[in-house]
Write a protein that binds this ligand. Structure first.
Ligand code: F3S
Length: 421
């Protein structure tokens, strides 16, 4: 298919603006040709993952764009950074790494991006609206904004995301188009007790099942008896995007593009149907913990970044408790949300409990973990999925209550619940 460019597209491509714009446009048009797009469309916002230092090439790319005068054309937020700008010296982050990570962070800000430094931009002022065409990076953010908000983004990989922000144009493909947003695979909950659906651990586990079954297809879940809160949907999408490549999911009767089964499949039949029962959920949950025994070195929560509601929930659970000196307790969030938590008076309670709050990064994106931390308990399906392979550490998956109780006892503590029988 021939790519049809507008006069303004050609102007950007042929040097009508700074050379940085031409460079970004040449990458966008090449990607459009490779993906078979007929044309480009406007976006009105972007979220950039490329500001994370991933090696010299990512830094060179950013600094080259700055040298060439590139500036973003649309409101643009930034995903997690390579380090906590204010607190990285409290962790064993190598100086040489920090110097480059900070340069890369500065380059994106010089291009006009807003230093939100969060993988949960949908819980900030940068949350888009239903139907808005946007270009977002970061898999959990893409899943949330497509599914829960109903904005439209493809999966933007590093480097392409900033080119979209600089040009304000993207190929008209994939999830930007209504016909590609229909459900493809149906997941039916069968006799799953309401108590199970109510538990927070249900969402990373269901997300894992969704991701494994759907791969990169669009899953539709039918049969939920409760209305999950926003943080549960965040956990669901993050796990589905990690265990598979889910960029959009629908929950029948709950998410904005799924008023009914017929509507969500756009009148077509699902390609496949999968039944989800209590046994599959419990088996999947057990398989997500790679660690064994009850030794524990750290509890890590805040993946995706902790919200104000999650701070509130944690503070209510830790009341009157103190963590064991042998187990660290880490909360990862961003500067915006920690400001809100401070205003709400939550940080003193966390301090008294013995928790640490790290800003703008996370244990997977920053080389911050000391070597003695080998076994981690988390409530995050995404941390559970990536930590063994990327950090060579072992993990347990558990509820937030189990995270707190285990940190207090200094060893893994399980609740007496349907998940652990
Ligand atoms: Fe965010 Fe890091 Fe998790 S980027 S989604 S806290 S792995």
């Amino acid at each position: 298919m021939t790519l049809d460019l507008t006069r303004e597209d050609r102007n950007m491509l042929e040097g009508g603006y700074d050379p940085g714009v031409a460079m970004a446009m040449s990458i966008i048009t090449r990607m459009a040709e490779v993906s078979g797009a007929a044309c480009l469309i406007d976006i009105s916002a972007a979220h950039i993952d490329s500001a994370l230092f991933m090696g010299d090439a990512t830094l060179e790319f950013a600094e080259r764009l700055v040298e060439l005068g590139a500036k973003v054309r649309v409101p643009t937020s930034l995903n997690v950074s390579g380090l906590d700008e204010a607190g990285w010296r409290e962790w064993p982050v190598p100086e040489a790494y920090a110097e480059k990570a900070l340069r890369q962070m500065a380059a994106y800000q010089r291009m006009g991006c807003t230093p939100t430094w969060t993988c949960a931009p949908y819980q900030t002022e940068f949350r888009p609206q239903f139907g808005q065409q946007i270009a977002w990076g970061e898999s959990n953010a893409i899943a949330f904004v497509n599914s829960v908000v109903g904005a439209r983004t493809e999966r933007y990989p590093d480097l392409l995301d900033i080119c979209a922000a600089i040009t304000g144009r993207v190929p008209a493909i994939g999830l930007h188009l209504l016909e590609n947003r229909r459900g493809q695979i149906l997941l039916r909950l069968e006799h799953v007790p309401r108590s199970m659906q109510d538990s927070s651990i249900f969402y990373p586990v269901l997300g894992t099942i969704m991701g494994r079954a759907a791969g990169e297809r669009v899953p539709v879940v039918d049969g939920l008896d409760i209305t999950p809160n926003e943080d549960q949907l965040k956990a669901l999408g993050a796990a589905a995007a990690s265990a598979g490549g889910v960029a959009l999911y629908h929950l029948v009767g709950l998410t904005p593009e799924a008023p009914s089964l017929q509507a969500v499949f756009q009148g077509l039949l699902p390609e496949e149907e999968v039944k989800i029962n209590e046994d599959l959920l419990v088996t999947t949950y057990r398989g997500l913990s790679s660690a064994s025994g009850n030794r524990l070195d750290m509890v890590a929560v805040g993946c995706p970044h902790f919200s104000l509601a999650e701070f509130q929930q944690l503070v209510s659970i830790i009341k009157g408790k103190r963590r064991h000196p042998d187990v660290q307790f880490l909360v990862t969030t961003n500067r915006f949300m920690v400001g809100k938590a401070w205003e709400a008076g939550y940080l003193d309670a966390l301090h008294e409990f013995g928790a640490r709050v790290s800003l703008d990064a996370c244990i997977l994106t920053s080389p911050m973990l000391p070597p003695e931390i080998q076994v981690i308990l988390t409530n995050s399906g995404k941390y559970t999925y990536y930590t063994p392979g990327l950090l060579n550490r072992q993990v347990f998956l558990g509820s937030l209550e189990e995270c707190v109780d285990s940190a207090v006892e200094g060893r893994l503590v399980r609740e007496d619940s349907v998940w652990n029988r």
